[in-house]
Design a protein around this ligand. Sequence first.
Ligand SMILES: [Fe+2]
Length: 348
Amino acid sequence: MGEILGIGLTHYPGLIAPDEDRAFPLTRLLRSDSIPTELKNPANWPEAMRVEYGEDEGISASRAHRERLLASFRVQRAELDAFNPDFVLIWGDDQYENFKEDIIPPFCILAYDEMNCTPMMGKDGSARNNVWGEPADKVFHYQGHPAAKQLVTKLIEQGIDMPYAYKPLHEKGGLGHAIINTLLYLDYDRKGFDYPVIPFLVNCYGSKVIRNRGGAVEYGKEDDPPGPSPKRCMEVGAAVVRALKDSPWRVALIASSSWSHAFLTDKHDKLWPDQESDRARFEEFQAGDYDAWRRVTTPQIEAAGQQEMLNWMCLAGAMEELDRKPEILDYIETYVFNSEKCMAIFKP
Ligand SMILES: [Fe+2]
């Protein structure tokens, strides 16, 4: 009989660079030509956004934002260690990283033997400025787990035609940002992360995956086809639980993503996320009203910039199957730091 621990967290890339670097998407956006000129002036922002940005262009708020996130990551890591899983399965978006024009699967289980990543290496080969002071060539090694192949089989047996891969396609460095950032943050204090990892990629970006190459800029005129619906993600999550329940393994199921993203929220000129929609989803989530999440449509998700929440929909389907409600560690609303973050845990 398998045991399952559920974790929901963020892979917000802004935690890698020191706060002083102001490496949040808003900084880039304010320097670009892609927003109306009047919105470059904080005087034209919502009051709460001006306050958060403060007198130091968001540096103090960024420090406070980090502290809150680290507090939750540390609780989650302690729970993970106490649970001592045989492996962790991470639902994360592939943001035009491993999958590009040659194929976009709705989901993909990466059944790799091992993963060797150099996340501190910048595009030019030099080290990214990072809070740990780690060099460009520092290799982060993770072990895969044979359960990955068996999970694919068990999903196919349940009518879920699950794509899988034994080696990287375009993401030669190993793992895309959603998976590697999660692993870096769950080991923020760098004591090592020895649990085997099964990445479970989700096509969250749907109509924008190739058109926007996973970012804010539109490279094409036409939308790409949609990603999987919230309902389908929940069905897949539930099927994962049914597959694992009869297994001999202790498994941590982790959904990795922030909720609404500013750069995907067109109605706010990509400047700040959709707090209203996130709050609605949060109230439903907190109450364990998974049916409400199942009814969310793809157009609703896209209008709210909540594409990456599809990772959480997989987890929600899994937790519904286990009849579990979340314990909320934190819920962080923000205007300045691109995306809103929910940090949660579902204890066995
Ligand atoms: Fe992401």
